[in-house]
Structure formats: structure tokens, C-alpha cells
Write a protein that binds this ligand. Structure first.
Ligand code: SF4
Ligand code: SF4
Length: 263
């Protein structure tokens, strides 16, 4: 695919409403129901931005991904307060899988942060990707800086959806990957819905249908800024940042295929 000179399309009214109010959904543990019209509008918007493939369109896509997530979390806020607060970071000792557009957007921000950018390659190289043990005290996120997120304003959707009602459980998790963290249930179907639509758009645009590890992906893009244009042209220079965990499972792929068929 050839990137063309392109101004990102303004979100249509349905996407604009999604960004403002969140999705219209009935959330159930096993079978949540989302609006067909909203899903289709989001899918078409993602697809148009992926086809454009410019940095501007890519950043608009990353902003839509995180913006829809933020609006969804605001709408379906759990009545019980989260234990999360500034400086609490046990959840940042794990692998973080994110979409390629988010990696490109974050890399653009990190380039303007020289100290963070300089330290990143070594931090990324030290990490050990172990799909069976994604939470691990030996694997701090490359953006964790003295207990705080160094890219808080542009952190990916995965981090935004991650929340807990019990900080003690989060600490247990970094020592024991099987420890259960009490997690806001609404976030699971919301995250799955967004992922299926993005993977459907990626597949329809002929792009890799997967996520990538955050730190490793950003390190690759910082080392070779041409990766972004090549990725949108179908050459996956982020492949070294992919892992078993960053590839969608069968259920997500089935949901993505169902959305693709409606495009
Ligand atoms: S998810 Fe857990 S470790 Fe992370 S901020 Fe919330 S309470 Fe703290
Ligand atoms: S990007 Fe920020 S919030 Fe996400 S894991 Fe890394 S330090 Fe934590």
C-alpha cells in the first residue's frame, strides 16, 4: 500500500459521540451486547486511517483508540473505588502489548524526551519476554521512572484499562503470575470489543493482525524511524517486538472476522 498525502477524516458523528460519551453497550460477563452502528462506524474510521498510513493519520488512530477507551471507562465506572493512585506501579512490572499505531505515536513523543529516549534501548534489551510469566519484578516497563509512568499522557490503551481494587493483590501478582487481581469487570468486554474492531480493520487493510510489546516496539522505531512508513506499506519491521502474547487468540480473531465481513 502506498501512503498518500492525506488529512485524517473528521470522525463521523457516531465516532465523535463514541469519543465523547463512550459506547452504547449492555455489559455481561459472557455475552456483552454492543451497538452494531457504533462498531461499524469505528471500523470504517480505523480502516480509512490505516489506508492513509501517514504519521498524521496514524496519530489520529492512536488517539481514537485511547479516546474511545477513556470515554468507555468514564461511562461504565465501577461503583467501588479503584486502589490505583499516582506513584503506585506494581502493575508496571509486566509485558504490555499494544497496537502499532500506539507504538508509533509514543515513539514520536519519546523522541522529544532525550533522557528517556537515550535510556530506552538498554532497558528494552534487559527485558525477558516470557509469555508464561508476564508479570515479573525483573521486568519493569521501560517507561517506569522512579515509580511513575514517564509517558503518562500518551500511555497506551492497555495501561489505561488496567486497574485494580486491591494494591496488595497487584504486589502478589509480580511475585506469583497466578495471583488473582480484582479487576473492574466492565473493562474486559470493552477492551475485547475495541480489539476485535481494530484487528478487523488491520486485516481489511492488509496489515499485520497483531499487537506488539510496548518497550521493544518503541525501541525499534527509535532506532529506525523508517519502520513506520514501511509497516504501513506492508513490511513488518516491528516483527521482532511481537510475541505469543501479542497475537490475538482464537476468540478475538473470530470476532474480528465477523466485523470484517460487515465492512
Ligand atoms: S493496578 Fe494495582 S499496582 Fe497498578 S496503580 Fe492500580 S492498584 Fe496500583
Ligand atoms: S507505559 Fe506507563 S503505565 Fe504502562 S506499564 Fe509502562 S510505566 Fe506503567
Amino acid at each position: 500500500m502506498t501512503a498518500i498525502d492525506f488529512a485524517p477524516p473528521a470522525p463521523d458523528p457516531i465516532v465523535a459521540r463514541l469519543l465523547r460519551d463512550g459506547p452504547d453497550a449492555e455489559l455481561h460477563p459472557d455475552a456483552s451486547r454492543f451497538s452494531e452502528a457504533e462498531g461499524l462506524a469505528l471500523l470504517r474510521h480505523y480502516f480509512a486511517l490505516l489506508r492513509a498510513g501517514t504519521p498524521q493519520a496514524s496519530d489520529a488512530l492512536a488517539a481514537t483508540i485511547t479516546g474511545v477507551g477513556e470515554a468507555a471507562m468514564a461511562k461504565y465506572r465501577h461503583p467501588q473505588a479503584f486502589a490505583c493512585k499516582k506513584g503506585c506501579s506494581w502493575c508496571c512490572f509486566q509485558l504490555v502489548t499494544v497496537s502499532a499505531p500506539e507504538i508509533f505515536a509514543i515513539a514520536r513523543q519519546v523522541r522529544a524526551m532525550p533522557a528517556l529516549a537515550a535510556a530506552l534501548p538498554e532497558k528494552a534489551a534487559r527485558r525477558q519476554i516470557d509469555p508464561a510469566r508476564f508479570a515479573d519484578l525483573r521486568n519493569p516497563c521501560v517507561f517506569l521512572d522512579r515509580g511513575a509512568c514517564g509517558i503518562h499522557a500518551v500511555r497506551p490503551l492497555t495501561c489505561r484499562y488496567y486497574a485494580s481494587f486491591d494494591v496488595g493483590a497487584c504486589l502478589r501478582r509480580v511475585n506469583d503470575p497466578d495471583a488473582n487481581v480484582p479487576y473492574p469487570g466492565a473493562h474486559v468486554p470493552l477492551r475485547a470489543w475495541q480489539a476485535a474492531i481494530l484487528f478487523a480493520a488491520l486485516g481489511a487493510a492488509g496489515l499485520p493482525v497483531q499487537d506488539y510489546e510496548l518497550g521493544e516496539g518503541v525501541a525499534l522505531v527509535l532506532a529506525d524511524p523508517g519502520i513506520e512508513a514501511r509497516w504501513y506499506a506492508g513490511d513488518d519491521g516491528l516483527a521482532a517486538a511481537a510475541s505469543q502474547r501479542s497475537r490475538p487468540g482464537a476468540a478475538t480473531l473470530a470476532a474480528a472476522a465477523a466485523w470484517s465481513a460487515r465492512l
